[in-house]
Write a protein that binds this ligand. Structure first.
Ligand code: GRF
Length: 199
């Protein structure tokens, strides 16, 4: 059984989709939910699902050594970022090569990078008069939104859509595809190291 940690700063709708997807799975389980924000709804969702949570509110609490100790305690194999607005420390990225995923609400490399989160992304897409937008699921490296892309899904923008509507449509895609891609990555990890399936 693979143990997933989900990191998020906000509402946690993607975390919820992943929690629901892996309920009853023999491949992987959400073993920990982490947030930098004490009031984040993602923590409440996890608690409701009986998943251990941890809030890392300060820079010191989010240090690589502290996070790695936490992930070791919960035997975390894969880290899933879902609306996480803090940088993952270098030490964590190095300790989890190819084992940290992120989702971004645009077709990267367009509309990515620092400050590009939430409605800002969709406002920028509309301001650029794009005909399409979409989602990107990628591995995390040391630069924001620049890791190797695993999956993209395109969406045609309908006339009259505002940034809120665009966000809603993009989130529907996220909830459909993120759990599937996380599952695919879990299957690849198990295929490469079959003993995971036994633990
Ligand atoms: C999602 O749109 C995701 O693409 C971005 O942050 C948002 C998180 O939403 N990285 P939620 O917390 O999962 O509802």
């Amino acid at each position: 059984m693979l143990n997933l940690a989900i990191l998020g700063s906000g509402g946690g709708s993607n975390a919820q989709a992943i929690i629901d997807h892996f309920e009853g799975s023999t491949l992987a389980r959400v073993a920990l939910v982490v947030s930098n924000s004490p009031g984040a709804y993602i923590l409440e969702r996890a608690q409701r699902a009986g998943i251990p949570t941890r809030c890392l509110a300060s820079e010191a609490e989010r240090s690589a050594s502290n996070q790695l100790a936490l992930y070791r305690t919960h035997s975390i194999h894969l880290i899933v970022l879902a609306g996480y607005l803090r940088k993952v420390p270098k030490g964590v990225i190095q300790a989890y090569p190819g084992r940290i995923l992120n989702i971004h609400p645009s077709l990267l490399p367009k509309f990515g990078g620092k400050g590009m989160h939430g409605l800002h992304v969709h406002e920028a897409v509309l301001a650029a008069v794009e005909t399409h937008t979409g989602i990107t699921i990628h591995y995390v490296n040391e630069e924001y939104d620049q890791g190797e892309i695993l999956h993209q899904h395109k969406l045609a923008i309908e006339p009259g859509w505002d940034a809120q509507r665009l966000q809603q449509e993009v989130q529907k895609l996220e909830h459909t595809y993120y759990p599937k891609i996380v599952q695919q990555v879990c299957e690849e990890i198990v295929a490469a190291q079959p003993n995971f399936a036994l633990s």
